[in-house]
Design a protein. Structure first.
Length: 200
């Protein structure tokens, strides 16, 4: 079976940036968030079950999941969050497994934002790479990218694992407190190691 490496990190840490760099080097990248967006878009496989569970205020008839409405509901109501996850996670896992089986690179990278928080596929992953950076930088990059208020970003961060816990659980760390060149150099070294071990 192809080697699968998990890639995670807090919001705005640089997961997508690192995944793009690894993909450019030849890794097969599967992104759980992208799968989730597909499942919850109009006509997506999760839409009927989500409408049944949450009603048309959250999933308008013939429409896609209203992600902002769902996010605020899940944020304020742990039972709604658990229900959402029980619908979405099995479908994400199934589609991720399908994409990983079809991957053609020397190894695959599975990007999962809340990998530790949800215990996502931890058993199948050979190792977990964490993208890390100082919290201040994480806030400022996320604000710049999303236009969210810094307080909203901090509230999202507070609902995710704290930095120390993520670092403690990491098998490898990509340090993204520097520039893009520094991140790329680390991705090149990681890629060289993983590609060299492919098939061993
Ligand atoms: P994530 O996928 O973890 O949410 P992104 O990869 O989207 O994070 O990065 C968050 C933002 O920070 C993006 O706008 C990205 O372009 C920017 N970014 C990521 N790494 C760096 C870096 N080393 N230097 C400057 N900007 C960066």
């Amino acid at each position: 079976m192809k080697r699968v490496v998990g890639l995670t990190g807090g919001i705005g840490s640089g997961k997508s940036t690192a995944a793009d760099m690894l993909a450019a080097l030849g890794a097969s990248v599967v992104d759980a968030d992208e799968i989730s967006r597909g499942l919850t878009a109009a006509g997506g496989a999760a839409v009927p079950a989500l409408r049944e569970a949450f009603g048309e205020a959250i999933v308008p008839r013939e429409g896609a999941l209203d992600r902002a409405a769902m996010r605020s509901l899940a944020f304020s109501d742990p039972r709604a969050r658990a229900r959402l996850e029980s619908i979405l996670h099995p479908l994400i896992r199934e589609e991720a497994a399908r994409r990983l089986a079809a991957a053609t690179g020397p190894y695959a990278v599975l990007v999962v934002p809340l990998l530790f928080e949800t215990g996502f596929q931890a058993g199948r992953l050979e190792r977990v790479v964490v993208v890390d950076l100082p919290e201040e930088l994480q806030v400022s990059r996320t604000v710049e990218r999303s236009g969210l208020d810094p307080r909203e970003v901090r509230a999202i961060m507070a609902a995710q694992w704290p930095r120390w816990r993520r670092l403690q659980a990491a098998d490898e760390v990509l340090w993204n407190g520097g520039g893009l060149g520094e991140l790329r150099a680390q991705c090149e070294r990681l890629h060289a190691r993983l590609a060299a071990r492919a098939g061993n």
